[in-house]
Every structure is written in structure tokens, then in C-alpha cells.
Design a protein around this ligand. Structure first.
Ligand code: SF4
Length: 168
């Protein structure tokens, strides 16, 4: 069980810009397998960070926000890197919050697993597919991202593809 606990590197208690038309808490998941040269959250890239928040404490805090917040957004880092994202998404959904997911699409299979519990997805598109290896530093990153885009489109979940400018 403990191996499935979500590792969290930070959070924003209340945001109006991270989930469409909703007040949302944003949870920054620890870890990302890619190394985009422009990444603005380098402290979240290692699988284990120096300043982790306790997931159980976060859930308790969210219980006290029922009725005050509309949604919880899992961001990163890359939320789908951790097996614990599946249980975390379900737990948040069971508290009555809408669930948002920010992802780069690096783990399409785990993304598929959580899509059934998610209300909205924002996926970063890092330029042309051919540029992915150079942008991310990972050889098969374009294949992963393409598979993830197809999974999101097929899921019926509301989504936004965010094409990042100035990359490549
Ligand atoms: S995928 Fe996102 S979190 Fe990961 S290195 Fe790239 S910009 Fe940073």
C-alpha cells in the first residue's frame, strides 16, 4: 500500500486559472522522466524531492475544503509517472471534487488508467513530433506523447492541447 502513496513536491491552495471555470487546488506531483531544457519546475524532476508534502495530510486538508473548492488539479512534474496517481485521483474524486490533470503524456498506459476518473485534461504539446527527442532529451518521447493524445481524444474527457511556443 505504502508504495502507492503519491509523492508531492508542492501545492497551490486555490487557483482560478488551472481548471476551466472552477476554483481549484493544484497538487504538484514529484518526478518527471523527461528533461525539457525550458522546464520551469526543475525541483520537481527527481523522483524524490527534498521538500515533500505528506499525501495523507493533503487529503485531510482537502476534506476541510469540501464545499469551498470545486476541483483538484494534479500537475507536476509528470503526475502519470507515479503508480500512486491512480489511487490519489480516485480518493479526490470520492471527496466530491472534480479532477483535473496536467500531463505531457509520457506514460500513456497509466494515463489510460486514470482517464476514467478525470474530468478535464490539459496536455502539453512540445512542438513537432520530430523535435520531441531534442526537446525532452528522451528518444521515444514522441511515440509516448502521440499515444497519449490518442488516448485522451478517445476517452470522451474534456481536454485542451497546449502547444508550447518557443520550443524546439
Ligand atoms: S515534461 Fe514538463 S515537467 Fe517534465 S521536464 Fe518537460 S516541462 Fe519539465
Amino acid at each position: 500500500m505504502s508504495a502507492q502513496v503519491l509523492r508531492v513536491g508542492g501545492m497551490t491552495p486555490c487557483s482560478t486559472v488551472d481548471f476551466p471555470d472552477a476554483l481549484a487546488a493544484v497538487i504538484y506531483c514529484q518526478g518527471c522522466p523527461w528533461r525539457c531544457h525550458y522546464c520551469h519546475n526543475p525541483e520537481l524532476l527527481p523522483a524524490r524531492g527534498e521538500n515533500q508534502l505528506d499525501w495523507a495530510d493533503l487529503l485531510a486538508w482537502l476534506r476541510r475544503r469540501q464545499g469551498l473548492l470545486d476541483a483538484v488539479v494534479f500537475s507536476g512534474g509528470e503526475p502519470t509517472m507515479q503508480p500512486g496517481i491512480v489511487g490519489a485521483v480516485k480518493a479526490v474524486r470520492n471527496l466530491g471534487f472534480k479532477v483535473g490533470l496536467h500531463t505531457a503524456g509520457s506514460y500513456p498506459q497509466r494515463l489510460q488508467e486514470v482517464l476514467a476518473w478525470v474530468d478535464w485534461v490539459a496536455m502539453d504539446i512540445k512542438g513537432e513530433w520530430a523535435d520531441y527527442p531534442e526537446v525532452t532529451g528522451v528518444a521515444n518521447s514522441a511515440e509516448k506523447a502521440r499515444e497519449s493524445v490518442e488516448a485522451v481524444k478517445a476517452s470522451g474527457v474534456a481536454y485542451e492541447l497546449r502547444v508550447l511556443e518557443g520550443v524546439g
